[in-house]
Design a binder for this molecule. Structure first.
Ligand SMILES: [Zn+2]
Length: 152
């Protein structure tokens, strides 16, 4: 059987089970771009029993904060995080979409008070999981699930 291996990392984070095609967005969330110094491995459209196809991102020397984990949970709710130290997995967990969210997202309703420039208020959302994830704005009630277009 064909095996796909991407280089092991000594210390850092492996984000596995990312929805196929979303790895570039995960890199963007992590603030990694052409100018970054981090060593990054990226595999896209890897065959997966569970998901059909998946993406994987490995970042040497980086550990994720709560905001980054929340953002990843919104755009890749099945993602698993592996924390690596000395080439070994020392911690493994699934991202969990938050129940409530402050900031991070922008309400897609242009007329929403959270988008008014004169009175900046922190956007607040309730995250609801039915068959899919969606967010409900606490100010105007707008429901939306196109998170990537509305990430801060
Ligand atoms: Zn709103």
């Amino acid at each position: 059987m064909e095996q796909l291996t991407i280089s092991k990392i000594r210390e850092g984070t492996v984000i596995d089970h990312i929805n196929a095609g979303k790895a570039p967005l995960v890199l963007k969330i992590l603030g990694i771009d052409k100018g970054s110094k981090e060593t990054v491995s990226l595999a896209m459209n890897v065959p997966s029993k569970k998901m059909g196809k998946k993406d994987i991102v490995k970042v040497e020397g980086k550990f994720l904060g709560e905001e980054e984990l929340n953002k990843i949970a919104l755009i890749a709710p099945g993602a698993t995080i592996n924390i690596i130290k000395d080439y070994k997995i020392v911690k493994k967990f699934k991202v969990t979409p938050p129940e409530k969210l402050e900031g991070i997202l922008r309400c897609p309703n242009r007329n929403c008070i959270s988008n008014a420039e004169r009175e900046p208020i922190t956007p607040k959302f309730k995250i609801v999981k039915k068959s899919t994830l969606f967010a409900v704005c606490e100010y105007c009630g707008r429901r939306f699930s196109n998170f990537e277009d509305n990430l801060e």
